[in-house]
Design a protein around this ligand. Structure first.
Ligand SMILES: Cc1cc2nc3c(=O)[nH]c(=O)nc-3n(C[C@H](O)[C@H](O)[C@H](O)COP(=O)(O)OP(=O)(O)OC[C@H]3O[C@@H](n4cnc5c(N)ncnc54)[C@H](O)[C@@H]3O)c2cc1C
Length: 324
């Protein structure tokens, strides 16, 4: 089974990405007695490692992101998860109908099924203070972090559906929400615009870009803005900055045509199978309503169990063909 160089290493299923979805898929695959390999480019845990406190994962009223990451990793290992550290560069279907997964370290792993759980990343503004205050006022997830801003004045940056929807959502917690867009016209749907623009707690700021996020030892304290029309600069005192300027799913690893939406999110059927037979997707990179830890592990559970059934059916078909 194990080999080096150009030889292939063969598994029942290869899981790409060791975030909540990947770790959950590895746990279920182990329980299903599959010979599974999980490939993670960094430390296991995915976005959990960028999250200070999690307060919405059932069973844990409050848990540190890195602690939950450790628990999920240990749990997967108890059921025999085989985890390697490497970066996947491509997933390609072979002539034999199975998959070659090629990595940065020059390995090729082979399996009849692959579960892609490589997540994605929220697009960044790329401005001073953004990285420094990430998790200390700067956030890319309203559902995850909104409750930390009860009674505060905060800013939401963006002009699409996500910015409009999340600005409205954040009014549950914040006393005031500045909705800042670099253009005059918002891209989001008319209904979401109407809801946000008519909300008494939301003040819309058009034609302004955020240049700097400022703060101190206790976190974010304000932002500096420039008017894109007049060039005038201004300051706003805020304790939170929620940035919704897009999300890039890591779906580019798939070579060949697959169904996806306009932003590159992977479309699956209800078994988490993509339009490529044998290739499953789970978690943040999948087209869906919301992206949470609970949805990632839910997807992964379905995907791992669907893989078991898929492999069993393949075996039956092969046996039937062989005895014909
Ligand atoms: C700041 C922040 C706070 C959040 N807070 C919460 C919260 O409080 N509650 C909640 O429910 N959700 C929260 N979320 C959302 C939650 O973290 C995600 O929905 C969840 O992590 C998705 O899991 P995933 O496994 O699909 O993807 P990810 O967690 O993104 O994991 C993907 C993994 O794939 C790996 N990977 C990517 N490309 C490759 C490659 N080419 N080769 C090998 N490995 C690769 C990555 O390194 C990563 O480890 C938060 C998100 C962020 C960004």
């Amino acid at each position: 089974m194990t080999n080096n160089g150009n030889e292939k290493t063969i598994y029942d299923v290869i899981i790409i990405g060791g975030g909540p979805a990947g770790l959950c898929a590895a746990m279920y695959s182990g329980r299903g007695m599959l010979n599974a390999l999980l490939i993670e480019r960094g430390l296991t845990g995915g976005e959990l490692l960028n999250t200070e406190l999690i307060e919405d994962y059932p069973g844990f009223e409050s848990i540190l992101g890195r602690e939950l990451a450790e628990k999920m990793t240990d749990h997967a290992k108890i059921f025999g998860a085989n985890i390697v550290t490497d970066t996947v560069e491509s997933i390609e279907k072979d002539d034999d109908g199975e998959f070659d997964v090629r990595t940065q370290l020059g390995k090729t792993y082979h399996a009849p099924a692959v579960i892609l759980t490589a997540g994605g990343s929220p697009n960044k503004l790329g401005i001073p203070g953004e990285a420094e205050y990430a998790g200390r006022g700067v956030s890319y997830c309203a559902v995850c972090d909104g409750a930390f801003f009860k009674g505060d004045t905060i800013a939401v940056v963006g002009g699409g559906d996500a910015a409009l929807e999340e600005a409205t959502y954040l009014t549950r917690y914040a006393e005031k929400v500045y909705l800042i867009h670099r253009r005059a016209a918002f891209r989001g749907s008319a209904l979401l615009q109407e809801r946000a623009f008519n909300h008494p707690k939301i003040e819309v700021i058009r034609n302004k870009v955020v240049d700097v996020i400022e703060g101190g030892p206790s976190g974010t304290t304000g932002i500096k803005l420039t008017d894109t029309v007049s060039g005038e600069t201004s300051d706003l005192a805020v304790t939170g900055v929620f940035i919704f300027v897009g999300f890039t799913p890591n779906s580019g690893l798939i070579k060949g045509h697959f169904d996806h939406d306009a932003s590159g999110y992977v479309v699956t059927d209800w078994n988490m199978m993509t339009s490529i037979q044998g290739l499953f997707a789970a978690g943040d990179l999948r087209v869906q309503l919301t992206r949470q830890i609970t949805t990632a592990v839910g997807d992964a559970t379905t995907a791992a169990i669907a893989v078991e059934k898929y492999l069993a059916e393949r075996k039956e078909v092969k046996a039937a063909v062989g005895s014909a």
